[in-house]
Design a protein around this ligand. Sequence first.
Ligand code: 3PG
Length: 394
Amino acid sequence: FKTLDDADLQGRRALVRVDFNVPMHDGQVSDDTRLKAAVPTIAKLRAGGAKVVLLAHFDRPKGKVVPEMSLAPIAPALAKVLGAPVAFGSDCVGPAAADAIAAIKAGDVLLLENVRFHAGEEKNDPEFAKALAANGDLYVNDAFSAAHRAHASTEGLAHLLPAYAGEQMRLELSALDKALGKPDRPVLGIVGGSKVSTKLDLLSHLVTKLDKLAIGGGMANTFLFAQGHEVGASYCEKDMAETAREIIRVAGQNNCELLLPIDIVVAEVMQPGAAARVRKLGAVDEHERILDAGPETVERLNKAMDASKTLIWNGPLGVFEMPPFDKGTMGAAHHAAELAKAGRLVAVAGGGDTVAALNAAGVVGDFTFVSTAGGAFLEWMEGKELPGVAALSK
Ligand code: 3PG
């Protein structure tokens, strides 16, 4: 695909799809990671003399104007991050958008209202895409984290205007390629989280790609149960046991070594500060719940990191939001961060919970790359084509 280095920018209206679907609290942006991620592209466009017109969605208003889902509060937050004024336009198409764009000068930045206020956005309606395209001379997609959606502003526009990948898009794609496309081997994966059922495609794909795969979090309980171990009162998808056994079988066929817990941390209640005990596999009482990976499991995982060149991580190993059940996730996060800092491991992570866990561990900056994406990161790891990326390549 083409990048901004290939674009003629001076005086041109650049429609830039960004992902400003950011956490908000009391009408204020509570995590500006995604705003910061858009800065390199915006800066490059401004330096090139383009009019920077930002398109974004917020939340899921389902094609209606929902005032609480307005992007208006994002404009001042972005201005702060950017250190430059950001104008706001009350609609992303039609005369309001055209007038707002006419009112800014080359090098200025304008944020237009939520594209999902129009039903045509999520339907990828050609007429709506045309209405968007009417206000631009070129299209830049910098929203890797929304690239799994085939919407008008993430996919349709790429067919209507000269289309370029933004800087964050490039960064995400090259980091993910390094982690899973053409990784230095051995490559180790960590997949955690509660459900096998939501990560089935991911697990099935990764066991054909990786040298080792560690499974943690609630989903590990399902694997332990499938192998005949007692899981007590733990969260466990018993109806997925056969599927788990199939994943174990496919892993074996593909020489992917599965690392399932060898010890676990249990408690009778899932509460912060609850009395936690370390148990061997099989030694879980019927009232106990498995809430974290045990120390031997973490030690073995850390040794697997020592022996690997690349790590790709999605999903926590335990209930990391609730000490003392954060120890497994924190232990592994700190170890990965140290190896990455020392240049001994390419450590890549993504997904909402994972990033929250790495933030809690204070190691986001030490990882080689932490994706801004949730769903898109997962779909990419599942080996699926992302419509927003595919459209840029055509
Ligand atoms: C995200 O926050 O992961 C993206 O912005 C996509 O949002 P969506 O799941 O509402 O499409």
